[in-house]
Design a protein. Structure first.
Ligand SMILES: Cc1cc2nc3c(=O)[nH]c(=O)nc-3n(C[C@H](O)[C@H](O)[C@H](O)COP(=O)(O)OP(=O)(O)OC[C@H]3O[C@@H](n4cnc5c(N)ncnc54)[C@H](O)[C@@H]3O)c2cc1C
Ligand SMILES: Nc1ncnc2c1ncn2[C@@H]1O[C@H](COP(=O)(O)O)[C@@H](O)[C@H]1O
Lengths: 319, 253
């Protein structure tokens, strides 16, 4: 069986997309896991999107904890003889998968952007060296655990007529000497850079927080409204919340248009936006590496170039 | 309080160049450095020791030459270092297994610190795998650690929320780069660190049999980076207009 698990609904569907294809190739079955107290309709939906069996693992745990979740998944993997385990790659999934792998003494690869069968061997690809290369890796273990980032695969078409089995079962994982005290939502401006079609992004070239206004005007003109940023703007200066942060340790984006203003283009930033369809760079240093990763570049001071571009786009739109 | 920090000797990604003929990265001759985030882990360990007392030991897998790269961690304030010889073949599970055996050999550990991910592979696997092999609690993506005598309170940063976790010892914690700014040792500290021990342990001395990789790298490919690289030149108004027209033609609006 191929087991898929994610605590994120969209990501679950994307995992089903890939999982179903792999299963069909080798006439295997797909088992989707929901941990927590989900109902029949949620399970039925996963079946409509390609699962053969859905296990609802009921627990009395209030919050995610990798230790207990790994125990639960280990029980399910053993019970249903799962060989391939695909886990959604958010921060929880990324700490769950390797813990599970060590507990089961099996192989694990995180953040797989490609998964295929080469002969008998499950082969995956992941980005390494801060985005400078793609590493192709093959499993040599009987059980293979992988995590899959959001948007790596398409959800399969929904088929309401599909049937499958729903199993509800309660699990009592071991208890561990750690506990969740509280969960605090972080303030965010409802931004979702990962789904944005147009992103105007800023870096250290910006002199003060208020100047983000210039970029917002450009973004609004483009009817994009989405502002992104490099790591220092969110992590060090905290001018924008972390949901704007793009790059290796931030969000990965694929907009139609990405405009980088005052961003030098270090490899860790490029790793988050290189899949954009069109990249525009505005930087006053003609030697800045961002220009090597851009389709169009303007060498100049963003404080004059950005307003001029906003004006030019308004004129272009009304002409 | 006994704190063990896993500090990786990683490829310095800023020194990797791309071979224009093949589009593949040139990996030969790329210098190795202690992974960025692991320096933050060492800094955090020192701060915990400054508050609670105890000892900080770093553990690294690497060739004998790695000794030079570990010394700055001792100069920062770590008390001792362990260097485990490099296995012939390695994957995430072998690295985690070796580190967890070395941690057992150091013994008496309360807190094990790792980086959230290493700068070259960025897999984030090794920390949770060590916790799995040792079967102890784990807390990843720590942005704040408050250590007390018998327990630790940690803030996990999940981007959209912060989860506050409490654990007794032993516990493995992986830290983010934002948790602190690693200190730069002064000349005095650098000189004093020359006396601090670096223990070199062979794989045999850890008492584990042959380890076979569970995952093998079968190829390293370049990343396609075809971009137009058109630099628009002229007065600001002209270039802005040209860009606006171009974007219109590209169907952006
Ligand atoms: C493990 C690790 C993970 C990381 N993850 C990320 C990540 O996810 N995302 C990320 O972004 N970074 C990340 N970084 C950091 C990254 O290496 C760079 O330090 C960072 O991207 C630099 O941000 P910047 O381009 O805004 O600043 P800088 O590098 O300081 O560049 C500022 C640029 O602005 C230009 N400029 C200045 N004034 C003006 C002006 N008036 N008009 C026009 N241009 C101007 C300058 O010429 C310069 O090119 C990571 C680093 C590490 C080690
Ligand atoms: N070879 C190694 N030696 C010591 N520590 C390591 C090694 N590899 C990984 N680590 C630790 O595990 C963390 C995560 O690494 P990675 O799984 O490669 O992203 C690093 O930040 C280190 O703390």
């Amino acid at each position: 069986m191929i087991l898929i698990y994610s605590d994120n609904k969209n990501n679950s569907l994307e995992l089903l997309g890939k999982g179903r294809k792999l299963a069909d190739q080798v006439k295997n079955r797909v088992l989707a896991v929901i941990i927590g107290n989900a109902g029949e309709p949620e399970a039925k939906e996963l079946i409509a999107f390609g699962a053969d069996t859905v296990v609802i693992a009921e627990t009395d745990m209030e919050h995610f904890k990798a230790e207990e979740y790994a125990d639960i998944l280990q029980s399910i993997i053993n019970e249903y003889n799962c060989e391939t385990v695909m886990i959604g790659s958010n921060k929880n999934g990324k700490e769950l998968a390797p813990r599970l792998a060590a507990r089961m003494e099996t192989g694990c690869v995180t953040d797989c952007i490609n998964v295929s069968l080469e002969g008998e061997k499950l082969t995956v690809e992941r980005i390494v060296f801060s985005g400078a290369a793609i590493s192709r890796q093959q499993f040599a273990s009987d059980i293979q655990i992988l995590t899959i980032p959001p948007k790596a695969f398409y959800p399969p078409p929904k088929d309401e007529a599909r049937t499958g089995e729903v199993i509800k079962k309660s699990y009592q994982p071991n208890s561990y000497a750690s506990k969740v005290l509280r969960v605090q939502e972080m303030k965010s401006g409802d931004v979702n850079v990962e789904d944005a079609e147009i992103i105007v992004s800023c870096g250290r070239g910006l002199k003060k927080k208020e100047d983000i206004r210039l970029l917002e005007e450009l973004a609004e003109t483009l009817r994009g409204n989405t502002i992104g940023c490099s790591r220092p703007i969110a992590a060090d200066l905290k001018w924008l919340s972390e949901d704007h942060w793009i790059g290796l340790s931030g969000h990965k984006v694929k907009p139609k248009l990405y405009i980088a203003c005052g961003i030098s283009g270090q490899i860790q930033h490029i790793a988050g936006m290189r899949d954009s369809a069109i990249i525009v760079a505005i930087n006053r240093d003609s030697e800045a590496p961002i220009f090597k990763s851009a389709d169009y570049g303007i060498v100049g001071d963003l404080y004059t170039v950005v307003p001029a571009l906003t004006k030019a786009i308004k004129e272009e739109m009304s002409s | 309080m006994n704190i063990i920090v896993c500090a990786k000797l990683a490829a310095d990604v800023s020194e990797i160049t791309i071979d224009p003929a093949t589009g593949k990265p040139v990996l030969q001759g790329v210098p190795k450095i202690i992974s960025d985030i692991d320096k933050s882990a060492v800094e955090e360990a020192i701060r915990i020791r400054e508050k609670c007392g105890g000892k900080v030991t770093t553990v690294t897998i690497g060739p004998p030459e790695a000794k030079e790269k570990i010394k700055p961690l001792l100069a920062m304030g770590a008390d001792e270092a362990v260097l485990i010889s490099k296995p012939e073949k390695e994957d995430y599970s072998i690295v985690a297994k070796l580190l967890s055996e070395a941690i057992k050999k150091v013994g008496n550990y309360d807190i094990i610190l790792c980086g959230e991910a290493s700068i070259d592979l960025f897999s984030g696997q090794v920390g949770p795998q060590i916790a799995g092999y040792l079967n102890i609690p784990q807390v990843t993506y720590a942005q704040v650690i408050i250590a007390e005598e018998k327990k630790v309170i940690v803030e996990r940063n999940l981007s959209d929320k912060v989860v506050v976790i409490e654990s007794t010892f032993p516990v493995l914690i992986s830290v983010t780069k934002e948790i602190n700014k690693p200190r730069l040792p002064n000349l005095m500290q650098i000189m004093q660190s020359a006396k601090k021990p670096i223990h070199e342990w062979s794989i045999e001395s850890l008492g584990i049999g042959e380890l076979s990789p569970k995952v093998e790298v079968v190829g390293i490919d370049g990343v396609p980076t075809e971009r137009k690289n058109i630099i628009l030149e002229g007065e600001v108004e002209e270039t802005a207009t040209e860009l606006a027209e171009t974007l219109a033609k590209e169907g952006i609006f």
